[in-house]
Design a protein around this ligand. Sequence first.
Ligand code: GDP
Length: 445
Amino acid sequence: MFETLSDRLTSVFSGLRSKGRLSDADIDATAREIRIALLEADVALPVVRAFIARVKERARGEEVSRALNPAQQVVKIVNEELIEILGGETRRIRFAKTPPTVIMLAGLQGAGKTTLAGKLATWLVAQRNAPLLVAADLQRPNAVTQLQVLGERAGVAVFAPEPGNGVGDPVQVARDSIEHARRANHDVVIIDTAGRLGIDEEMMRQAADIRDAVRPDEILFVVDAMIGQDAVNTAQAFADGVGFDGVVLTKLDGDARGGAALSIRHITERPIMFASTGEKLDDFDVFHPDRMAGRILDMGDILTLIEQAERTFDAEDAARMAGKLASGDDFTLDDFLEQMMMVRKLGPIGNLLGMMPGMGQMRDQISNIDDKDLDRVAAIIRSMTPGERQDPKIINGSRRARIAAGSGTQIGDVSGLVTRFFEARKMMKQMSAGGGLPGMGGLPG
Ligand code: GDP
């Protein structure tokens, strides 16, 4: 996601590396380039204007730290302003004092509401809640069945109108579901409502009727990030027609530009609460403005990486991995191999590597890595002696030939792996030495 913007911003910043200090003309030129990058990313014009004004003002202002070089200063300001535009603080669900907490989903047909209902329920179960899914989308043929299938996969109960009772009244279904949740001890109720292909008065009226009948604790507006600025227009229509407390961005995996994500908070003044990034039930997470900004600036997303790792492995493994990542110093080829095998368990390799600092630049190579490459790397490392794994500097020409023969690979593969390992280790050191701005260690200080 956000590849285009990431690439543009990275090139703007690398143009600043050679500057000793920034003149007003430099700041203007940089601001102009950032403006173009944001407009190309399909960010709404008022948002672009506000953003650029803030960046310029701060870059010229006295607050600029003498400790940072110009490129670092600009990255720092842009990073902070991106976080701001994405909503600042992470906004979490507000649970009701007396359960059940009622969460209502609203949005256009195809936005990904039903899928999201399943994901949200799965996520809540992982947080030790006992959610109930409610099928109040009685408009779209199959929506009820789709939710039932998702509920089954997620292991979550679904409340739906009895089959054979005609079309049914979604308002009544929603109302009854709250009663049912109380009786069956569900602490969260997720109500999936009907969408339409476009903004439609009847859809708004129905959503408003459900809202008035169940008085939700949170109304979440679900929107497809791939529709870009149209997301902003749709959001405004929903804000007027039903009102909502937070936004869920779906299909971020397919959103190369990022216009919706960067505009919607500023325009609607409502926080983005969750992000949905694929078709699987666990392609879903709380939206963290700071981490998203970090990803846009290609500073990596170690926090998300470690959190995902924690979900997959036990806490001890994850803590050890985090420690190694942070230090870089005593990181050996054994750790490299172990980590690679861990990473492999986490899911599609490209997704994961894309979250690591500095990896954005290597995106094309990354998308070519597949499981076979990993197998080859593992075979090479396993053909090394413990001494070689501990201290790869000793791997000379004859050792390389032996390792290649032992692993059924070419000498070039062995050399390539050792080089990559040293690069990875260097990157880790830079990250831990650089403190606040990982990935920027290569800049003149
Ligand atoms: P609804 O009409 O709002 O309930 O939308 P659905 O939940 O039926 O989703 C519409 C389509 O989008 C389905 O094919 C989903 O599989 C797909 N979809 C939903 N969320 C995502 C996502 O985050 N990423 C991707 N790639 N596809 C998604």
